[in-house]
Ligand binder design. Structure first.
Ligand SMILES: Cc1ncc(COP(=O)(O)O)c(C=O)c1O
Ligand SMILES: [Zn+2]
Length: 387
């Protein structure tokens, strides 16, 4: 059992720059691209603290110092359960649903914010800002509340009201923005720069993605330390997908998983009204062009210029993966189907993932022997309201 902290350092995802781990990092100062964290994994037999709650069982692979108190409110170790009925209906061998809607504030965003706020508190930042498609703001509001830290959340006016209500319930300052998350990003950055606050926008700091990678560790452990043939992730800014891919590389590199096992195909599911990664992957490009006029009711997927584009496209290529765009109308049907078939309160983003899976079976990218993990990244309850 390990209760020790980790030592870590930073490396740039795009150039040769490196930095020590004991700084509060934002972007690589040389090229402006995201930092990633390099950790040395202990042996698996001592690397997991099975007495720790939630994702903190993997504390030994996270950027947290020895003895450091963490900001934790129950994140991670979400259930992953098999749906033989859906697998049969789809025509694949096995299907597991990992239900991230069961995190604090009902989305996977809790994982990243637990790490980001733990680091922000360790460095004594006076406050935090975030631009958000919705769920990241709700999660940040909760973690900042737990840490006693002021927080400003910048969200599009079109964000589902239940998510905005959650932000307000934690006492955060909410700024509604005309436009999309990119417009919110400019305002969040400007405030943070002017006031010496820390901006925790997706991949503008390296800690959120470390929280996200615990989904990959959990997926492997919950499958009995092996990997599926593919995982399907509804992708906006990309930190979930990038985090899981990073986890797989770490686990294979350190022998937690068979280093020679084939890595799963990365399946990126996006909304047809905002699909910059699908378009860039189809064009075999390294970077994604901004998506003009992004529209989808799956608010978490309305991210027209993902900073993680390069990393997402690399993961898609390295894994021989696939990227699929889904119409909102199809997403609605598949969201209901996912809920009705499994008992999971599916978010539209989860429905998007199911729709993408069906497309890939139809195109024979996946087939009757495929074992697939599908991420339901949020909760349907966050998207239901009466006017
Ligand atoms: C429910 C849900 N699913 C998926 C996403 C997209 O996640 P990522 O930005 O990690 O690609 C979001 C982002 O806000 C979300 O809220
Ligand atoms: Zn760089």
């Amino acid at each position: 059992m390990s209760t020790n902290g980790t030592t870590w350092s930073l490396y740039c995802s795009a150039c040769d720059a490196t930095a020590p781990g004991d700084v509060l990092a934002s972007l690589c100062p040389v090229c402006g691209q995201p930092w990633l964290t390099s950790v040395t994994l202990p042996d698996r037999s001592v690397g997991i603290d099975s007495a720790a709650r939630g994702l903190w069982r993997y504390r030994s692979v996270l950027p947290v110092s020895a003895g450091e108190p963490v900001v934790a409110i129950g994140e991670g170790w979400t259930p992953m359960f098999e749906s033989p009925a859906l697998a049969r209906a789809l025509g694949i061998a096995r299907l597991w649903i990992k239900d991230e809607g069961q995190n604090p504030t009902a989305s996977f965003k809790a994982r990243g914010m637990a790490l980001a706020i733990t680091r922000a508190r360790a460095f004594g930042v006076p406050g935090v800002t975030v631009p958000t498609a919705g769920n990241a703001g709700a999660a940040l509001a909760a973690y900042a509340a737990a840490a006693g830290m002021p927080v400003r959340v910048y969200a599009p006016r079109t964000t589902p009201p239940p998510i905005l209500d959650t932000v307000l319930a934690f006492g955060a300052t909410l700024i509604l923005v005309d436009g999309h998350i990119g417009d919110a990003g400019r305002e969040a950055r400007a405030y943070a720069d002017d006031h010496g606050w820390f901006n925790v926008a997706t991949l503008r700091e390296p800690y959120r993605v470390e929280g996200m990678k615990t989904m990959g560790y959990e997926m492997a452990e919950q499958l009995g330390w092996r990997l599926p043939d593919a995982f399907v992730y509804p992708t906006g800014g990309g930190e979930g997908t990038i985090g899981i891919w990073k986890a797989i590389a770490e686990m294979q590199g350190a022998g937690w998983l068979d280093p020679d096992a084939r890595r799963p195909k990365v399946i990126v599911a996006q909304a047809a009204g905002c699909a910059p990664i699908v378009r860039a992957f189809a064009a075999n490009a390294d970077r994604a062009e901004p998506w003009v006029d992004p529209v989808t009711y799956a608010s978490g997927l309305r991210v027209p210029t993902p900073l993680g584009d390069r990393l997402l496209l690399r993961a898609l290529r390295e894994s021989d993966g696939a990227a699929v765009a889904i119409d909102d109308a199809v997403m609605r049907v598949q969201t209901e189907r996912l809920s009705a078939a499994t008992g999971v309160d599916a978010a539209p983003e989860g429905g998007c993932a199911l729709a993408a899976l069906e497309v890939l079976v139809a195109s024979r990218t996946l087939g009757s022997t495929s074992e697939v993990v599908l991420f339901n990244t949020g909760s349907g309850a966050s998207y239901r309201w009466r006017d």
